[in-house]
Write a protein that binds this ligand. Structure first.
Ligand SMILES: Cc1cc2nc3c(=O)[nH]c(=O)nc-3n(C[C@H](O)[C@H](O)[C@H](O)COP(=O)(O)O)c2cc1C
Length: 337
C-alpha cells in the first residue's frame, strides 16, 4: 500500500497533485469534481488588481454616459461605486466552503497598499494560503533587475507582517539568477515557490499582419525547466517546491518528485483530459511506486536532485559537452547531412 501524503506550505496534502489556477474553478461543481477525482488542493484563479481597475473604469463610463443630458438627469446615478474585489472574495469563500481540501488563493496587484488590503481581505475568506502571482512583464527600461527583486522582497516582508496564513510565490523563470531570488524569498518567509509562471505571448498572424492573443495549452517539454530548478533547489531552501507547466501525466509527476518537488500544479491536462484524469495520474504514480517498492514519496523525493545525484555536473554544462561529443550520433538520428 503506497502513501502519497506530502506537505506543502506547512499544509498536509493527501497526495502531490494540486489543481492549479484556471477558469475551471469558476464553477463550484467542477471544484467538487476535482476533489472527488483526488486533487489534494486547489488554487483559485488570481484576483488581479488591474482587472478591477479596468472594470471600475468601464463601470464609471457606463454610469456617466447619459448623465447631464439635461438638468433633471444630473443625479440619475447618485454615488454608485464598483464593488471592487467583493465578488471575487465572495466566490473564494464559496469555493472554500464547497470542498474539504485546502484552497489556496492567488493575488496579483500593482500597488503595495492594494497588495496588503486585498491579502487581508482574502485571509478573511478562510482560505488556507495565498499564492503571490508575480506576473509582471517588464516595460520600463530604467528599472534594473536588482530594484525589481528588492521591491518584491519588501512586498513579501510587508505581507508577512500583515497576514498569518502561509504565503507562496509563483515566480517567473526570467531572473538573471533564479536560485538567488528564490533563496531571498525563502529567507524572507516565503513558505514555498511555484516553478514557474507560464507567460502567454502574443503571436503574429502573417496573413492579416496582426497580433493574435490566443490561448495555447502547454506541452510536456515545458516541464524540463521546473524539473531542472526543482533539482537545483532541493535541499537548499526551507520552503516547499511545487512544479508547474507541462505536467500532463503521472510519469511527469514522478519525474518532478525524483527531481525534488514536494508537489505539482496541473491545468492544461485537466482541459485536455478532463477532471477525472487526476485519478489516472494518481494511479500511475501509485503503480510505479509499488513496482519500485517505494512506500512513501520521501523514499524517492529528490533522489535525482543535484545534491543527491552521483554526477554533480549533470545540472551544469556537461549536458552540452555530452551533446557535442555525441553530435555525429544525433546528426545521424535526424538525418542531417
Ligand atoms: C484558462 C487558464 C486560466 C488561467 N488562470 C490563471 C490565473 O488566474 N492565475 C495563475 O496564476 N495562473 C493561471 N493560469 C496558468 C496556470 O495556473 C498554469 O500556471 C499554466 O497553465 C501552466 O500549467 P499547465 O502546463 O499545467 O497548463 C491559467 C491557465 C489557463 C489555461
Amino acid at each position: 500500500m503506497t502513501d502519497l501524503k506530502t506537505t506543502y506550505l506547512g499544509l498536509e496534502l493527501k497526495n502531490p497533485i494540486i489543481a492549479g489556477a484556471s477558469n475551471l474553478v469558476n464553477n463550484l461543481d467542477t471544484l467538487k469534481r476535482m476533489e472527488d477525482a483526488g486533487a489534494a488542493a486547489i488554487v483559485y484563479k488570481t484576483l488581479f488588481e488591474e482587472q478591477i481597475q479596468l472594470e471600475r473604469l468601464e463601470f464609471d463610463d457606463e454610469l456617466t454616459e447619459y448623465q447631464e443630458r439635461n438638468a433633471e438627469m444630473i443625479s440619475l446615478f447618485p454615488d454608485i461605486e464598483h464593488a471592487g474585489p467583493t465578488e471575487h472574495l465572495m466566490n473564494l469563500r464559496l469555493a472554500k466552503e464547497a470542498v474539504n481540501i485546502p484552497v489556496i488563493a492567488s493575488l496579483n496587484c500593482v500597488f503595495t497598499e492594494t497588495w496588503l488590503e486585498y491579502a487581508k481581505r482574502i485571509q478573511n475568506t478562510g482560505v488556507d494560503a495565498i499564492e503571490l502571482n508575480f506576473y509582471a512583464v517588464p516595460r520600463d527600461y530604467r528599472l534594473d533587475g536588482k530594484s525589481i527583486i528588492n521591491q518584491q522582497n519588501e512586498l513579501l516582508k510587508a505581507l508577512k507582517q500583515a497576514i498569518d496564513i502561509p504565503v507562496s510565490i509563483k515566480l517567473s523563470p526570467f531572473y538573471a539568477n533564479v536560485l538567488n531570488v528564490v533563496k531571498q524569498f525563502d529567507q524572507n518567509g516565503c513558505k514555498g515557490v511555484v516553478l514557474f509562471n507560464r507567460f502567454l505571448m502574443p503571436n503574429i498572424d502573417i496573413d492579416y499582419e496582426t497580433y493574435i492573443n490566443h490561448f495555447s495549452s502547454s506541452t510536456t517539454d515545458e516541464n524540463l525547466l521546473p524539473l531542472k530548478f526543482a533539482g537545483l533547489l532541493f535541499g537548499n531552501i526551507q520552503g516547499s517546491i511545487c512544479c508547474n507547466s507541462g505536467i500532463h501525466t503521472g510519469k511527469d509527476v514522478i519525474k518532478m518528485i525524483l527531481g525534488g518537488a514536494d508537489c505539482v500544479q496541473i491545468v492544461s491536462t485537466l482541459y485536455a483530459n478532463k477532471i477525472s484524469y487526476i485519478q489516472v495520474m494518481l494511479n500511475e504514480l501509485s503503480e510505479w511506486m509499488e513496482k519500485k517498492s517505494y512506500h512513501r514519496l520521501e523514499d524517492f523525493k529528490g533522489k535525482l536532485s543535484q545534491k543527491r545525484v552521483n554526477d554533480p555536473f549533470i545540472y551544469k554544462r556537461s549536458q552540452y559537452i555530452d551533446i557535442l561529443l555525441k553530435s555525429s550520433e544525433i546528426f545521424k538520428k535526424y538525418q542531417v547531412h
